[in-house]
Unconditional design. Structure first.
Ligand code: COI
Length: 355
């Protein structure tokens, strides 16, 4: 393929390690950073943008102390996964969707962005270079983390004069320590995740650190994650700090409409399509916290998280429980999505990119 031929140019002669087992305990993967073989990096300087991408050994990068990303948070990240199928194929899931989202985010953050082709080619090259880190079929996946950042120095507030696009990877298993067990969410009433006109709808790095305080507090009280409400009325559900949220009542599935404060998750979008195909009515709209309390099922979606059932939501001191287990709609949707991603179910939507 095109990706593997450009990979050869960059890495030969080298100690490129192919399928040699890196010594990972594939049965006990969590969501932790593991040092892998290669990362991808390219720059945008003086109009020359993201063309000469290079794979290099994974390691630290050098940045000016005055880099735009360090001082003013001019940065975006993405997340996408590579899987190994039972018959040994290496599969990516909708990487062009991440490329499109990075483009939208870059526009909001005044950054140049890689083209869709540059992004997807970079993801392919990085996955292939690190293929021995893609877990065996059924054991997890290789998480690819593309970053776009203002690397040029800038003292007064403004857009940086230079940008880095890079991708690093780590093999991962379940995001939450709960594993496949249902999540217990805490409805955050003091802090907000996003506000109208802000950056909640794009994957800006600045959306995440402010969530650490409520997240840490909720975790110390035994919760899995925080569910945010809208910042104006404190009445409508928005999203969880690491993923999107869905509710089910009868045959109707609903998720908060992506109106600028909700991150348009690739998994969210895919689950909406699968649910419609499976005969559910799916609505993207405003959802009150009272509706959530009255739901039959609640579940979360995200690239890192996958599809995770919610066992309870705690709001104003009251713990509300939801149906979980093997005979739930969230389990049905999870099985279909995972089947497609792992090559077990035929992909009739053009979602899978084989590398
Ligand atoms: C992802 O799901 O890929 C994300 O970027 C969320 C992050 C909090 C791990």
């Amino acid at each position: 393929s095109q990706a593997s031929s450009s990979l050869q140019q960059v890495l030969e002669p080298s100690t490129y390690s192919d399928d040699e087992n890196p010594g990972v305990d594939w049965d006990n993967l969590g969501f932790y950073m593991m040092r892998t073989d290669y990362m991808y990096m390219t720059k945008c300087t003086k109009g020359e943008c993201f063309e000469q991408g290079q794979l290099s050994r994974y390691g630290n990068i050098e940045l000016s102390p005055a880099a735009g990303v360090l001082n003013y948070g001019q940065g975006l990240f993405e997340g996408t996964k590579a899987y190994r199928s039972e018959d040994g194929r290496l599969l990516l899931f909708r990487p062009e969707q991440n490329a499109i989202r990075m483009k939208m985010g870059a526009e909001r953050m005044c950054m140049p962005s890689p083209s869709i082709d540059q992004f997807v080619d970079a993801v392919k090259q990085t996955a292939i270079a690190n293929k021995r880190w893609i877990p065996p079929a059924g054991k997890g996946s290789l998480y690819l983390r593309p970053l776009l950042m203002g690397s040029g120095q800038i003292l007064g507030l403004g857009a940086a004069p230079e940008y880095i696009f890079l991708i690093y990877v780590s093999p991962v298993g379940n995001y939450f320590k709960e594993g496949f067990a249902p999540l217990n969410l805490y409805v955050e009433e003091e802090f907000d995740r996003a506000s109208r006109g802000g950056t909640g709808g794009v994957k800006s790095v600045t959306n995440y650190a402010p969530g650490l305080k409520p997240l840490t507090r909720a975790k110390s009280r035994g919760f899995s994650d925080v569910l945010y409400l809208d910042s104006v009325n404190k009445k409508f559900i928005e999203e969880v700090s690491s993923c999107n949220i869905f509710i089910l009542k009868g045959n109707v599935i609903a998720s908060p409409a992506a109106n600028g404060t909700i991150l348009e998750g690739v998994t969210r979008k895919s689950i909406i399509d699968i649910a419609r195909e499976n005969g559910y009515q799916v609505e993207e709209r405003v959802i009150t916290i009272d509706e959530l309390i009255d739901a039959d099922e609640v579940f979360c979606t995200g690239t890192a998280v996958g599809v995770a059932p919610v066992g309870s939501v705690t709001y104003k001191g009251q713990r509300i429980e939801f149906k979980t287990g093997p005979h739930t709609v969230s389990q049905e949707l999870y099985t279909t999505l995972e089947g497609i991603k792992r090559g077990l179910i035929k992909d009739n939507k053009g979602w899978i990119v084989e590398i």
